[in-house]
Design a binder for this molecule. Structure first.
Ligand code: 4AD
Ligand code: MG
Length: 435
């Protein structure tokens, strides 16, 4: 018989089913072995009765330890006494792979759970976060695919950064210095001039030493580029993308969200338009809240929280001061103190989830802007490694915009996780490279 998963099997009451899973819990009482069986779809109580199975099955059930993989056949009935609401009476029981005593028990330190991440991924929490993560990746891709975007694959090994360059991981490339990409934007821009609307969804790397609940050293970065879009049109697209992800997550994953304690009605309320506040106005709001901020200050965790604590939807902060934003962002002709950009902040202090801007697409203006950033930030671009990207401005350039969305930031917010490390299976942080 082909094996089923637990969720499907509990819809086939009274007929023979076969399920392959893992032993979640086990106890024995009066000639019956009770096993709570686990697979990705849920938990199911199994009763192995001595009179009901042959000796081989009985011995296997006795031998089975917590986390052993098992292959069970039998029939399921509803049973109000069972913690899972159903009970499978086994007709045969086989241990596939026996488990040594499992190193994770009920109360464990966060550190041990990270050391044993490869095993902790089997916990109910991580299973459901990973199911939601998989869905969120799919919704993001499908949203863009439906709108005619091409998914492209940029290189991970590069010679230059796309952002500050200050937090690049350096590596040896056959005797040359290379870096793990901190953003694929520059490469996606090149492909955009061939394919039109494009996006990449690959990891970005940031050598962030600071340990915060929203920084990873390796995170998955969705980076779309749109020819002929201005920043306002980019914001329109971003709020639709984020709403689509939140709404589909709520509509298509009720059970997963319930297990994670996430209120799906809150997610269904996330709909365009999102509030749009200029940087200048945001400064005023912060000052009004007794947080003295002056022109040119970047916003930290406290500021992001103050601006979003009473919001139920994300907000945009647009037109930031030119001196704190990267070289590719064009100056705002209506207020030359600022650039044509916006950040999207998630509600309740979850912080920045999207960074977005128009791209300086004109050669002379770009060179001027790069020189200005060099001066202001007292850095020196390795122009040689940007040459190819600058050259795009010489051969039929067009105005365009794009943005970067941190997938784990979005997951952390939508699932209301305390820490970004639980939004990714194997987190990489300044103090964590294993497993
Ligand atoms: O604001 P950032 O640095 O912008 C860029 O890299 C642009 N080149 C993107 C683009 O326009 N194509 O990063 C974009 C987003 C942030 O808004 C945040 O969601 C996420 O990437 N992010 C991180 N996520 C997890 N851990 C980190 N250390 C992150 N740094 C940025
Ligand atoms: Mg940013």
């Amino acid at each position: 018989m082909k094996s089923s998963d637990i969720a499907r099997a509990t819809k086939k009451l009274g007929v023979d089913v076969r399920i392959a899973g893992w032993v979640h819990r086990k106890r024995e009482s009066g000639g019956i072995i009770f096993i709570v069986l686990r697979d990705v779809s849920g938990l199911l109580q199994v009763a192995v009765k001595k009179d009901n199975v042959n000796e081989e099955s009985w011995n296997s059930a006795r031998e089975a330890t917590v986390e052993s993989s098992v292959d069970i056949s039998g029939t399921i009935k509803e049973d109000p006494r069972s913690p899972t609401g159903y009970e499978l009476t086994a007709s045969s029981f086989k241990v596939v792979g026996i488990s040594e005593p499992f190193p994770i028990t009920e109360y464990q330190s966060a550190e041990l759970l990270l050391d044993k991440r490869h095993l902790w991924l089997r916990s109910q929490k991580m299973i459901n976060v990973m199911r939601a993560r998989s869905a969120i990746f799919r919704y993001a891709r499908e949203f863009l695919d439906r709108r005619g975007f091409y998914e492209v694959t940029p290189p991970i090994l590069t010679t230059a950064g796309g952002e500050t360059g200050a937090d690049l991981f350096e590596t040896d490339f056959f005797g040359r210095k290379a870096y793990l990409t901190e953003s694929s934007q520059l490469y996606v821009e090149a492909m955009e001039f061939a394919l039109g609307k494009t996006y990449s969804l690959v990891p970005s790397f940031r050598a962030e030493k600071s340990r915060t609940v929203k920084h990873l050293a390796e995170y998955w970065h969705l980076e779309p580029e749109m020819p002929y879009f201005n920043n306002k049109q980019a914001m329109d697209l971003e709020e639709r993308l984020v709403s689509s992800i939140a709404n589909r997550l709520a509509k298509e994953n009720a059970e997963v969200l319930e297990k994670l304690g996430v209120n799906k009605d809150e997610l269904l309320k996330i709909k365009p338009p999102f509030e749009r506040i200029s940087y200048e106005k945001a400064l005023g709001i912060l000052n009004g809240k007794g947080m003295p901020r002056v022109w040119g200050d970047d916003f930290g965790v406290e500021d992001e929280r103050a601006l979003t604590e009473d919001k139920s939807k994300p907000i945009f902060i647009y037109n930031w001061p030119r001196e704190i934003k990267p070289f590719y962002m064009p100056i705002n002709p209506k207020d030359t103190r600022t650039v044509m950009n916006s950040d999207m902040l998630a509600p309740h202090g979850h912080g920045e989830i999207i960074g977005s801007s128009e791209r300086e697409w004109r050669f002379n203006e770009l060179m001027q802007r790069m020189r200005e950033v060099e001066e202001k930030k007292n850095i020196k671009f390795n122009i040689k490694s940007y040459e190819w990207w600058i050259e795009l401005r010489k051969y039929g350039s067009v105005p365009h915009s794009g943005f970067g969305m941190g997938m784990e930031r979005v997951i952390k917010w939508l699932l209301n996780l305390d820490h970004i490390r639980d939004a990714i299976p194997f987190p990489r942080m300044s103090n964590r490279l294993e497993p």
